[in-house]
Design a protein around this ligand. Structure first.
Ligand code: MOS
Length: 691
């Protein structure tokens, strides 16, 4: 059992420490880092999806006033490691996806860099490319594992026999679109090479993992690379691992030693170079008895990766944990295409992976005539169906019940397409959410000086509230008021910390800070002297040996569909979450609302359209890649059980960054079906699919 903190500062609604600086515009982001005499880098991108660069003519670019360097595969520095093909920037003439870096210009101004990049002439030997994902491709393969290290396939019992015997079945195929992370702050790096050391002011979800990757690529010792990132304007996973632009910025800096180089991807470049969520094709088969007890669950996923680097989204993984059934199967198959490298996007795996089964559960409920909330409750497992371990805590049933009550679910007429208010058809839908409660090794240092405690840790705040909640946690661990604690994050000069990913930040960094604070108290007592300092670290959570750890949620949605035009509105969403103890209700609410809004956006709007003729995303800007805006979002209500989990960490807190997006799109689809009688199994749900 983990020794839980006595909550004093945690659990309190505390304003963001970085909030005022951000709204006043004085929080400094990577690109804006004040450096003397900066230079600017603009990339040259491939205009073919597959082939070879045969010739690059840089004469016109070289001749342009203000141009300091033109980098090409022929002239760029050889990297120490090209093992990660995504980061092997300008190391060869091969083109593996459209938009790939094939050159770059460094110049005195961003305008001249951009102009010179336009003047670089690139000739290609073009090969036929293949960017079309389909479930019937004959080259689909099973990866060795799925992100980050889950088994590719799992199986138990005899699914096909159970399906054949089941009195009620659902067998359907569901698809989700390609989606692109679109944080407000683009991917940006300011890089300075002084001849011996490299400094990167990089917009990243983790300064230490970022440094590790860069050190490997350039063959530099860690003491010679510093990554600094106090603020991040959103990432959603796309800044969780460094992408090619970070290497390009460092290459550019090494080409102009002593001068800092600034590189910011344009919004359009982000659609080829910053990762994205793979489209998925998901076959779900459910078998159940007449009372709605599942006898079989099969979830078979087909998705894409790039030809040069594998990223296998773990889409079927949530199905392994959410409902009980004696016969179970999950599989993942990939097509390696001539496309950009997919990567993390908010709740990789769980987000697309709970769309298909949660719509299938709604279809099963309709077939059996059982209320969709009740159907889910009937399939609540006693232990984790995958590992057989007990859950550290599992509040899904209570989330469903409380959500139903607050939403006004009782007495819902299950018949689809029969409620009309004026010109609008009205329906409601529900879906479950699940997301793992993970924890990673991290370290911290706490120092007492002039009556204040200063904690330092290489954590990142992507707008989530880390600056604030880490101070709350440290204060409680020291037993002092929150105002007496300063926390410094976002610098590799601070102790090494894990990536802000997988909703594990608060859990990982908080655990390290609590261990450090407790050691500090043990060594120095409650009246320390100035200069007293303690460092500490925590490894992975040993209790994962005994318990399966997840956050849960229930999402309720009201949808209205215009009877004539098919226009879809979602006036009301309500989520109830079991995320253990909530460290800060203000920042937590913001995370849940943000996740649910992103889920609404996924359900109704977002879709990257890949042109098979050219292999690029044609709607590569925010004018055409639609994300939900204020006018699309109605009333969003968020509640939580606020029950500390006794096993996850000393705060009793599960992660909250990703659970909010999980299940939302299914709840929207289920509500649209209830409103109209039309079952949309392909995201996004656009009006043409309803008419
Ligand atoms: Mo999250 S997609 O693991 O940053």
């Amino acid at each position: 059992m983990t020794e839980l903190l006595e909550p004093r500062a945690i659990g309190r609604d505390t304003v963001r420490r970085d909030g005022a600086d951000k709204v006043r515009g004085i929080a400094v982001y990577a690109y804006e880092t004040p450096v003397p005499n900066p230079t600017y880098c603009h990339p040259v991108q491939a205009t073919i999806a597959r082939g070879r660069v045969t010739r690059i003519d840089t004469a016109a670019a070289d001749a342009l006033e203000g141009v300091l360097a033109v980098l090409t595969p022929a002239t760029a520095e050889r990297l120490a490691s090209t093992e990660d093909a995504e980061l092997a920037v300008l190391q060869g003439d091969e083109v593996s996806f459209r938009g790939q870096f094939v050159g770059a210009v460094v110049a005195e101004t961003s305008e001249s860099a951009r102009r010179a990049a336009d003047l670089v002439r690139v000739e290609y030997d073009e090969a036929a490319h293949d960017v079309a994902l389909a479930a019937d491709r004959d080259d689909l393969y099973a990866p060795e594992k799925v992100n980050p290290a889950f088994p590719t396939d799992t199986g138990e019992g005899d699914v096909d026999a159970a399906l054949a015997d089941a009195p009620a079945t659902v067998r359907q195929t569901y698809t989700t679109a390609m989606y692109h992370n679109n944080p407000l702050e683009p991917h940006a790096t300011t890089a300075l090479w002084d001849g011996t050391a490299l400094t990167l002011w990089d917009s990243t979800q983790g300064v230490h993992p970022d440094r590790t990757a860069v050190c490997k690529v350039f063959g530099l010792d860690e003491e010679r690379v510093r990554v600094i990132c106090p603020y991040v304007g959103g990432g959603f996973g796309s800044k969780g691992t460094p992408h090619a632009h970070v290497v390009l910025a460092a290459l550019a800096a090494r080409a102009v030693p002593g001068r800092a180089v600034k590189l910011a991807l344009t919004r359009q470049q982000m659609f080829a170079l910053a990762g994205y969520r793979t489209p998925t094709i998901q076959r779900v088969q459910l078998g159940a008895d007449r009372e709605g007890h599942l006898t079989a669950i099969a979830h078979d996923v087909v998705e894409q990766t790039s030809r040069i680097k594998e990223f296998a989204e773990q889409t079927a993984v949530p199905t392994r944990h959410v409902y009980a059934a004696p016969n179970r199967r999950t599989t993942h198959r990939l097509a390696a295409l001539d496309v950009p490298v997919p990567s993390w996007m908010r709740a990789p795996g769980e987000c697309p992976g709970m769309f298909a089964p949660e719509v299938a559960m709604d279809e099963l409920a309709a077939e059996l005539g059982i209320d969709p909330v009740e159907l889910r409750i009937r399939n609540e497992p006693g232990v984790d169906p995958d590992s057989g371990k007990p859950f550290s805590s599992r509040g899904l049933v209570e989330c469903l019940r409380r959500g139903a009550e607050r939403f006004g679910w009782a007495g819902r007429d299950p018949r689809p397409g029969v409620r009309r208010e004026g010109d609008w058809l009205v329906g409601t839908g529900v879906a479950s959410s699940i997301y793992p409660a993970m924890r990673q090794p991290s370290s911290a240092v706490i120092r007492f000086d002039a009556g204040r405690y200063v904690a330092r840790i290489g954590a990142a705040d992507l707008g989530t509230g880390a600056w604030t909640v880490l101070a709350q946690i440290t204060a409680d661990a020291l037993g002092v008021p929150g105002e007496d604690v300063d926390v410094l994050i976002g610098d590799t000069d601070h102790p090494a910390a894990s990536v802000a990913g997988g909703s594990s930040g608060t859990s990982s960094w908080g655990s390290a800070l609590v261990a450090t604070a407790r050691a500090f108290r043990e060594k120095f007592g409650t009246e320390p002297d100035d200069g007293d300092e303690m460092d500490g670290a925590t490894g992975p959570n040993p209790e994962t040996e005994e318990y399966a750890m997840f956050a849960f949620g229930a999402q309720f949605v009201e949808a209205r569909v215009h009877a004539d035009t098919g226009e879809i509105r979602v006036p009301r969403m309500l989520g109830v979450f079991d995320a253990g103890r909530i460290v800060n209700p203000r920042t937590a609410r913001s995370q849940f609302i943000g996740g649910m809004t992103m889920g609404l956006s996924m359900a109704l709007e977002e879709e990257s359209v890949l042109d098979p003729r050219f292999g690029h995303v044609v709607n590569h800007d925010l004018a055409e890649y639609h994300v939900a805006v204020d006018a699309d979002v109605g009333d969003v209500q968020v509640y939580w059980l606020d029950r500390p989990d006794p096993h996850v960490n000393p705060m009793g807190a599960k992660g909250i960054g990703e659970i909010g997006i999980v299940g939302t799109a299914a709840a929207v689809s289920n509500a649209v079906h209830h409103a109209t009688g039309v079952r949309v199994r392909d995201l996004p749900i656009t009006l043409d699919k309803l008419l």
